[in-house]
Design a protein around this ligand. Structure first.
Ligand code: FE2
Ligand code: FE2
Length: 281
């Protein structure tokens, strides 16, 4: 299927291409510096599912406040706006991953863990680099391979072929995607990001997460690239067992000592369990 035809299918599928109205309004408000937590809280309360998810998250062990948070506005103040955004998008993402695609060879559990591992690594790297918004890094890491969920759903035959070829050749999935489809999960993810109205501060890094990009050029792109490599190295791999290495510019511009990466990989494994608990509500 051509990319343009795929774009039309994504846009026409409720729940995949389109976020629920409240969710997209919340995302717009969270990105508006003039919006007050009270306004955002009032909006979230209109969506009972979203409100209860937020309360459960704020009351989870992850935030260290079990059972103490009773209202949405309390939840927002405990979690911070940017974590609220993670829950909002996380919920939409979960709804999307809950729909089974048709691909026979796609390992959905491995995909979910890979996404979480990358998200977690991105948040840790963002904190190490003093990046302004570690939650945005988490979210970008979580969504970085979302294009593959779309492929699972709408391009299942081609995706099966891609997964088989990648295993046979022990080649990275992205190379085989380009060969079979003429485009990759990166372009497919951008279709989704556009439909979801994600801010350009996330879309650019999503588009560049496989490029050899320097931190000063595109900080989140560089962070998510490194996080993806670390997730693979920590055992949360996707596709064939290819040895993933950090490209020179990514490694040099991050400037994190090699020894620290080893500890970081252990932290990823640890955090995946914790974050999975916080998100699986
Ligand atoms: Fe990717
Ligand atoms: Fe990835």
């Amino acid at each position: 299927m051509e990319l343009s035809a795929l774009a039309i299918r994504v846009a026409r599928t409720p729940g995949l291409g389109m976020l629920p109205q409240v969710t997209s309004q919340v995302l717009k408000l969270v990105d508006n510096p003039n919006a007050s937590p009270r306004q955002i809280g009032a909006l979230i309360e209109r969506d009972a599912g979203l409100a209860s998810k937020l309360l459960k998250t704020a009351n989870s062990a992850y935030y260290g406040t079990p059972g103490k948070i009773k209202t949405v506005s309390q939840a927002i103040s405990v979690m911070g706006l940017s974590a609220v955004r993670s829950v909002v998008v996380g919920q939409a993402y979960q709804q999307m991953t809950a729909v089974r695609g048709a691909s026979k060879r796609f390992d959905r559990l491995a995909f979910w863990q890979h996404s979480l591992a990358t998200a977690t690594a991105a948040r840790v790297l963002a904190k190490l680099k003093g990046w302004r918004d570690p939650e945005e890094a988490f979210l970008t890491g979580l969504l970085h391979d979302a294009g593959r969920l779309v492929m699972d759903r709408f391009l299942s035959n081609e995706f099966d072929q891609i997964l088989t070829l990648a295993l046979e050749r022990v080649a990275p999935l992205i190379e085989v995607e380009r060969e079979v489809l003429g485009y990759t999960h990166v372009e497919v993810c951008d279709l989704l990001a556009a439909e979801w109205n994600l801010p350009e501060t996330m879309r650019e890094p999503l588009r560049r997460h496989h490029d050899d990009v320097r931190f000063d050029e595109c900080p989140l792109g560089c962070i998510v690239h490194a996080a993806n490599v670390l997730a693979h190295q920590a055992g949360f791999a996707l596709g064939a067992p290819v040895l993933y290495e950090m490209p020179p510019q990514v490694r040099q511009s991050l400037g994190i000592p090699d020894a620290q990466y080893e500890g970081l990989k252990q932290a990823i494994v640890h955090e995946v369990v914790k974050v999975q608990e916080a998100l699986r509500i």
